[in-house]
Design a protein around this ligand. Sequence first.
Ligand code: NAG
Ligand code: NAG
Ligand code: NAG
Ligand code: NAG
Ligand code: NAG
Length: 285
Amino acid sequence: MCTRLAILILMFKEQMVYQASGNGLNLTFTPEELLSNKIVPNTTSSGGRNWLELITGCFQGLPSECPVQLWDFSHGGSDIDAALLPPHRNTTVQMVDQVRLWRDYAADLLPRPEGKTLTTWWTGINDCTHISNNISITDNDAYLDADIEAYFRAVGTTARHGLRTHLFLTAPPVYRSPFAVKVRTGAEGYKKMLDSFNQKLTARMVKYARDNPSQLILSFDASSVFLDILDHPNHFGFNDTTTFCIECEDQEHRFWHTEEHPTEHVHRILAKAVEKYLRNPDFVY
Ligand SMILES: *[C@@H]1O[C@H](CO)[C@@H](O)[C@H](O)[C@H]1NC(C)=O
Ligand SMILES: *[C@@H]1O[C@H](CO)[C@@H](O)[C@H](O)[C@H]1NC(C)=O
Ligand SMILES: *[C@@H]1O[C@H](CO)[C@@H](O)[C@H](O)[C@H]1NC(C)=O
Ligand SMILES: *[C@@H]1O[C@H](CO)[C@@H](O)[C@H](O)[C@H]1NC(C)=O
Ligand SMILES: *[C@@H]1O[C@H](CO)[C@@H](O)[C@H](O)[C@H]1NC(C)=O
């Protein structure tokens, strides 16, 4: 199958596999920089490959030379919108800025054949963490609503520039990661926030699909895949779901690579599940 996917925006604190801007402070890049920028192998948050590299087979080198092209504009540590949450680091490019970069400097240069282009969106963890940790935010619900609106304004921007098939992934249950104890509200409060984010995301997706009947909206419950593994680790070949080890050579039996990022093994299971879903997708409408 020779489909070309222009895959855009995966979040989950992925490192910039494809370094579109290279420097968060200078949000521009030239066509030459864009088209010569290579995917650096094994530099994702899993320590190895991530789900999109596994699905596309685009592990390294120029995206344009991959059988299924992967154009990744995601950026580690980002939230959705700087107007709501300030960038965590001075190099962080928030999601709406990733979209703006794509629109201004990449959209007209990259392939996006109709019917052969899938745009993927996976975000929410950092927003839930930063809202949970922010004592000046008292109405979490209203904040999440505003956050999700900013999210879908960005989706609308990509649609106006030719991206018309969108896959949304639910935010995974990082409240079960070693990181959860560091969140101000504890694992339980963090779970509430993430569950609420996912409920609002799902409802907003349905509204977006109804408002935009000419676009294809796909929804994949990544959270369930994570929970299935965490609840039945042995079944999937894991024996450690509670600790993490960045330096360990043998990552196969571990769920967590860093305190909140899963190993490549988890990404492989996720990639298979997403591929299976895409073969027989259930559209949101
Ligand atoms: C930002 O990047 C562009 C394109 O690479 C370059 O022309 C410009 O000089 C840079 N600006 C700064 C302030 O570094
Ligand atoms: C990346 O990691 C995989 C295993 O996860 C390994 O097979 C591959 O050789 C590595 N690639 C590079 C270029 O290091
Ligand atoms: C960004 O942050 C790093 C470390 O936190 C610091 O060394 C650097 O000077 C900062 N850069 C700017 C432009 O503020
Ligand atoms: C906390 O939330 C307020 C809005 O209520 C925002 O202005 C501020 O930048 C946030 N701070 C952090 C560290 O996220
Ligand atoms: C998990 O399995 C690996 C590989 O067989 C082994 O080295 C490790 O000690 C086991 N860990 C636990 C917590 O049982």
